[in-house]
Write a protein that binds this ligand. Structure first.
Ligand code: FES
Length: 78
């Protein structure tokens, strides 16, 4: 599994592109930079995850974060 312990999936499908997955990706990266244990997380860009109407979408530990909810994600990585 390599050195990463946790994976963060960000959808880059066409609907999430329209709803702002690039911005979401930037925000997730800046949240991960705050992690004191560098290299614990890896961001993975995915294709459509079938939640298109609620994009941009990310998934972390089997939980779906809709509408680019980075604040909720932030609370999960502490
Ligand atoms: S394009 Fe992102 S969930 Fe479908």
């Amino acid at each position: 599994m390599g050195r990463y312990r946790k994976f963060v999936f960000v959808c880059t499908g066409s609907d999430c592109k329209k709803s702002g997955c690039k911005q979401l990706t930037r925000e997730v990266k800046s949240v991960l930079k705050l992690d004191p244990h560098k290299g614990r997380f890896k961001l993975i860009k995915t294709k459509c995850m079938d939640f298109c109407k609620s994009g941009p979408i990310m998934v972390f530990e089997n939980e779906v974060f809709k509408n680019g909810d980075v604040e909720k994600f932030k609370g999960k990585i502490q």
